[in-house]
Unconditional design. Structure first.
Length: 159
């Protein structure tokens, strides 16, 4: 992988918690990459992944484990307009409420599954924030993202 110098945070949010977390990351991580773009998923489609960047999906969960309404077009285009995304390296930050049991954090997990099915490469584990935990998503998310970016931007050994 060529190490991209920019991070694009794609935000799917209902109550704006995911957007607040994305902006906290933007403020906290500017020293680690050349540029950070926070992009609401509104109106985006699979063409969003044509650039040379590192991508971070930051998605809340809506209803019965669905992606937020503003993320629906992008999510559906990953299924309706499939293409190989082997050049895409990404991370996932999933927000949810553990009282919903099996659908906890499904908004982000659904994106992870679709991207992996198209050959994209997830870096690291999925960050999961539980609204019931009483912790601040933006604070925890920024700390996680700094560690994640260190891994994502580390030089890879070549064989």
């Amino acid at each position: 992988m060529n190490t991209p110098t920019s991070l694009i945070i794609l935000v799917g949010s209902v109550t704006q918690t995911a957007m607040h977390m994305a902006h906290a990351i933007e403020l906290s991580c500017t020293d680690l990459v050349d540029g950070i773009q926070v992009r609401p998923m509104d109106g985006l489609d699979i063409r969003m992944f044509e650039g040379d960047a590192l991508y971070l999906i930051c998605s809340s969960t809506h209803g019965s484990g669905d992606v937020p309404e503003n993320a629906r077009a992008l999510y559906e285009s990953l299924g309706n307009e499939p293409r190989f995304l082997g050049h895409v390296h990404y991370g996932v930050m999933a927000l949810g409420d553990s009282s919903y049991g099996e659908t906890f954090c499904n908004g982000g997990l659904r994106f992870d599954e679709r991207l992996a099915d198209l050959g994209a490469v997830r870096i690291g584990d999925v960050f999961r924030h539980d609204a019931c935990a009483g912790t601040e998503a933006d604070v925890e998310g920024a700390v996680w993202c700094r560690k994640w970016l260190s891994t994502a931007l580390a030089p890879r050994a070549t064989a």
